[in-house]
Design a protein around this ligand. Structure first.
Ligand code: SAM
Length: 254
């Protein structure tokens, strides 16, 4: 079972007090003695999460400019799984996390609503989007991304028929595995903040009711199907699998 520690806000900036209030977290002036305590703080004008320096780990931020330059693992598979012409598809990413998959989809033309229910993660996303909107490289992509701070299931349930998206994308938390040391470190930090998503089976059910064309679920290659529901199709790479639940074909030329 993963242990989720309540994060604290580390005072590094004039805005730290307001941040602690906004997130309803304790404000501290110094690092905790607990090496596993997650701290939220401003660093180089970015909002980041990090462990005490004794861990020698880089703090994690949402950095879409970096994402533009870096290879996105599973990129081709994700684009294939989303299907249709990505130039028009509307996507609800109901488990946005650090927004990497959403950003990839938006950078290929999708309009993406990012739902994130964890306040600290939503704050990291909001900070990343704010910087992306000011960046000459990312502003156009960011204009297709909209953040919804709250439950993906509630957001989907609230949509009118005509606002339902073409695709609902799900990537709920799964126990850490993987070989890359860096991914492991980042994922460990993220896991200690978010824990496991225990309600993702129900999220799949609502996604299947609200998507117009398909639901796509990201899983580790050998993980069981979400809600034990066998997809019509899966595309699998070395580190990731996308389960595809088609509902209605995309119109020709779409
Ligand atoms: C594995 S991460 C997603 C990573 C993301 N695909 C990316 O590219 O960065 C899962 C995230 O979904 C969020 N989440 C899980 N269930 C959710 C729900 N029902 N509504 C909103 N957010 C949810 C968790 O808080 C976590 O931040």
């Amino acid at each position: 079972m993963s242990v989720v520690l309540t994060p604290v806000v580390l005072k590094t900036d004039a805005s730290s007090d307001a941040l602690a209030q906004h997130l309803d977290l304790s404000l501290v002036n110094d690092w905790s003695d607990d090496p596993n305590q997650v701290h939220v703080f401003y660093h180089d004008q970015r909002l980041v999460i990090g462990l005490p320096p004794v861990n020698r780990e880089h703090p994690v931020a949402v950095d879409f400019e970096l994402a533009l330059r870096k290879r996105h693992p599973g990129k081709e598979l994700l684009l294939k799984a989303i299907g249709g012409s990505r130039h028009r598809a509307s996507v609800v990413d109901a488990t946005a996390g650090l927004g990497r998959d959403s950003f990839l989809l938006a950078s290929h033309g999708c309009t993406v609503t990012l739902c994130e229910r964890m306040p600290v993660v939503a704050a990291l996303l909001a900070d990343g989007l704010r910087r992306a909107e000011k960046s000459s490289d990312c502003a156009e992509i960011a204009s297709r991304m909209q953040l919804h701070h709250g439950s993906g299931a509630e957001y989907l349930a609230s949509l009118s028929e005509q606002d339902c998206p073409d695709v609902v994308y799900l990537d709920p938390m799964f126990p850490v595995s993987g070989k890359s040391a860096l991914v492991k470190k980042e994922m460990r930090l993220f896991h200690s903040l978010v824990g496991l998503d225990q309600d993702s089976d129900a999220l799949l059910e609502i996604a299947l009711q609200r998507a117009r064309h398909r639901v796509v679920v990201k899983r580790p290659p050998k993980a069981p199907y979400l809600a034990e529901r066998k997809p019509q199709l899966s595309v699998t790479g070395k580190a990731v699998r996308f389960d595809i639940y088609p509902l209605k074909a995309f119109p020709k030329g779409y």
